[in-house]
Design a protein. Structure first.
Length: 275
């Protein structure tokens, strides 16, 4: 009976050792048991284990695993190299292995499976800014307009496939204050020989908002247009509010914007007045 409980290591080790390891959930290949507490062990077992654990570091430092097939060696914690343990000398690399390698490998394989295609054909580029994967200046500008903020509803009104590209470009310049009025030129260090007052009313500083929304002379032009199209609106004080007026989406931008553009270039060509 004793010979069955205490076998040689070459024959599988002690049966009693296996019983203790199973009871306290020890690694079968560990050299020393782990520390125990009152809740999970008996008084007798604590008296055996705790002193051994207390001197365990000194004991382990004198024990080195000799590599055979490697089945019983713990890669990171056992003393199987010239170093005491790889975990102690390479903690950063060990930290990367905290997550199970199996999970990392499965995630890696899933990423590859989603990306690899068995369809015949040449490699190509796909634009992620649109549902069809085809690049367009509309989707790119809309993407830029949304960087760092919520999507701007202006572009839902501005972008329309029936509007000429020149008109779209002009509206973009207006929305982003890129019209070469005096105030914008001064910001960019462009010397202005003439005065910085509005060239229409000659009373207020020439800004994009003033030229398109606030100038009295321009306001007369807008009144004329509203009467012509039978439109009643509360006119905003800035171009962004002007572009956000929902009723504009129901009319032809190609008729509206060129008139405003012509007025900026040649105000004398438009008859001012009100209905």
């Amino acid at each position: 009976m004793y010979s069955e409980l205490c076998l040689e290591c070459e024959e599988g080790g002690s049966l009693w050792r296996n019983i203790v390891a199973a009871k306290y959930k020890y690694d079968q290949n560990s050299i020393l048991p782990k520390a125990v507490n009152v809740r999970n062990s008996s008084w007798f077992w604590r008296k055996i284990v705790n002193p051994a654990v207390a001197i365990g570091a000194d004991f382990i430092s004198e024990v080195r695993c000799v590599m055979g097939n490697g089945a019983n060696i713990e890669f990171w914690t056992d003393h199987w190299t010239e170093l005491l343990s790889l975990k102690a000398y390479f903690p950063r690399i060990y930290g990367m292995t905290i997550k199970k390698i199996r999970d990392l490998w499965n995630d890696f394989i899933q990423v590859l499976n989603r990306a690899v295609s068995l369809v015949q054909g040449v490699d190509r580029l796909k634009w992620l800014g649109s549902n069809d994967g085809i690049y367009s200046s509309k989707t790119y500008c809309a993407k830029l307009a949304c960087v760092g903020k919520a999507e701007d509803s202006i572009w839902k009104l501005v972008w329309c496939k029936f509007v000429p590209p020149k008109v779209l470009a002009f509206v973009w310049k207006v929305a982003y204050q890129r019209i070469p009025v005096t105030s914008e030129l001064e910001k960019r260090g462009v010397p202005c020989i003439d005065q910085s007052l509005c060239s229409f009313c000659n009373r207020e500083k020439e800004t994009v908002n003033h030229v398109f929304c606030q100038c009295d002379v321009v306001w007369q032009a807008w009144q004329r247009w509203c009467c012509l199209w039978k439109v009643n609106i509360v006119f905003p004080m800035n171009v962004k509010g002007l572009l956000q007026i929902g009723v504009w989406a129901n009319y032809q931008w190609s008729l509206l914007i060129p008139v405003a553009h012509d007025f900026v270039r040649s105000p004398e060509s438009i008859t001012l007045g009100c209905c």
